[in-house]
Ligand binder design. Structure first.
Ligand SMILES: [Zn+2]
Ligand SMILES: [Zn+2]
Length: 471
């Protein structure tokens, strides 16, 4: 806790004034003026924090305050968190919170309001109180080119009975700077989420000082600083090469994009003198929800620009009720407007079955992709592919498709036999609709798995902090 210089009361970072505010005497203080002993100096590259660990999942958040309310941000458990003192790598930069908790709740309510079938608890004001302000660590790469490069140019011209090809070595000075190319440095923070709420405006980065964390928390950086170096360089290089190739002064020598890229390769500098990526803290509001099936759903709001990423599961009860209420008038309308022939009824049912099969197949492939975490580079690098075949079978079973497959089979058989009595058509249609309903309910269950995550287990992934500390 940072003490107020006037009265000794506790200070916390106030978002609207961007100052440290004293709860007791209401005075404002510049965060850069407020330090305490365990902050240590910039020289040591570390600063003192309290790390809170969840006894259930092992998830960690750290802060410069000593206290925390009793729930875990990552698994949603209400529990007393274990506290311990630690020294952590001191971030170089920070983007402070710009959206208040009230702003964040309003953004969330607007989104959840549109989710008709979301469970009621997700809209409960008491639950929304659990939004916690967390800084997510990012590796920030500044990439600059300041050098004369040699690019290959080729021109050809066709004469009366000759073709002339000219090769040029084109020398040009390149002076380009890309600042704040950033990637999330926490393996526990899903790349999906960080992409959805991107971008942070790195022009708003300030020098870090520990008192900014008063009243907020930070996730620990556990992804190697060089993991995204090649991605950052590639992004800068692609842009610089495109500009070089289309530069008017070079046009007469026809320098291709590839040639420009080759000329630039290996010429970049990262963070100029230091030549090291910098650690930055970027702000989010974080909320987790624990489902009855022991899974978790996250809502994350970018606290700089208000972008939101929220997992909104469907309450099966709400969905069934809605379907029943909607089905009655639709059937009445159909019966009134058209006289459905038995053949058409069967055809429509088969079409529904095919659509449900396509949706189900898409969900299964998405589930597999997400389960294997191939799209999360930070996670993949650290823990390898998560190829748990048993778990995969549980999450993405083929049997959910059986209902609709049976429905199609029934329809085909009846159409083939073409019985005289209409009764068989309607009986087959009813049986087929039941089959489609089975696949539909499988679709909702898969959807809810897609919309939630397995309860995190950080204890199983030890050794997490090492790489960030060593560097
Ligand atoms: Zn005070
Ligand atoms: Zn937990």
């Amino acid at each position: 806790m940072y003490a107020c210089p006037n009265c000794g009361g506790g200070l916390r970072f106030d978002i609207s004034s961007q100052k440290l505010k004293c709860d007791y005497c209401d005075s404002d203080h510049d965060p850069y003026d407020i330090t305490k002993e365990k902050d240590a100096g910039v020289e040591t590259g570390e600063y003192g924090v309290t790390i809170f660990t969840c006894p259930q999942c092992g998830g960690e958040v750290m802060t410069t305050d000593e206290s925390i309310t009793g729930f875990c941000t990552f698994c949603g458990a209400s529990t007393v968190l274990d506290a311990r003192m630690s020294k952590e790598k001191r971030p170089a930069k920070i983007i402070t919170f710009k959206k208040t908790k009230e702003d964040c709740k309003n953004i969330y309510k607007k989104m959840a309001g549109k989710a008709l079938f979301a469970p009621r608890e997700l809209k409960d004001p008491e639950y929304l109180e659990k939004f916690r302000g967390i800084y997510i660590p990012y590796w920030v790469y500044d990439i600059s080119y300041d050098e004369t490069v040699k690019a290959a140019g080729v021109t050809t011209s066709t004469g009366l009975n000759s073709i002339t090809t000219n090769y040029y070595d084109v020398y040009c000075g390149v002076d380009a700077e890309y600042t704040g190319v950033s990637y999330d440095a926490s393996a526990s923070f899903d790349d999906h989420i960080s992409e959805t709420i991107a971008p942070f405006n790195t022009a708003n980065m300030q020098e870090f000082t520990p008192s900014f964390l008063s009243g907020f928390y930070a996730d620990t950086a556990d992804v190697d600083k060089n993991l995204y170096r090649a991605d950052a360089v590639k992004a800068a290089q692609t842009d610089a090469a495109a500009r070089l190739a289309s530069f008017n002064g070079l046009r007469q020598y026809s320098v291709s994009h590839d040639a420009a890229r080759q000329a630039l390769s290996g010429k970049e500098r990262i963070n100029r003198e230091v030549n090291e990526p910098q650690l930055g803290l970027f702000p989010v509001w974080f909320l987790s929800y624990r489902t009855k099936k022991d899974r978790v759903a996250y809502a994350v709001v970018n606290a700089e620009n208000g972008e939101i990423s929220a997992d909104l599961p469907v309450s099966v009860g709400k969905y069934v009720l809605f379907s029943l209420i909607m089905a009655a008038p639709i059937f009445a309308l159909l019966a009134f407007l058209f006289t459905l022939t038995p053949g058409w009824t069967l055809g429509l049912t088969a079409a529904l079955a095919v659509i449900s099969l396509i949706v189900y197949a898409k969900e299964i492939s998405e589930l597999k992709k997400r389960h294997l975490k191939y799209d999360d580079k930070g996670f993949y690098e650290k823990y390898g592919p998560k190829q748990d075949k048993e778990e995969l079978k549980k999450i993405a079973p083929a049997r959910g498709a059986l209902g609709s497959i049976a429905a199609i089979a029934i329809v085909l058989i009846v159409l083939r036999i073409n019985p005289v009595d209409d009764f068989y058509f309607y009986a087959a249609a009813i049986a087929a609709i039941i089959g489609v309903c089975l696949t539909m309910s499988a679709i909702i269950r898969r959807y809810n798995i897609l919309m939630t995550r397995p309860s995190p287990k950080f204890y199983e992934r030890k050794g997490g902090n090492d790489s960030a500390k060593d560097n």
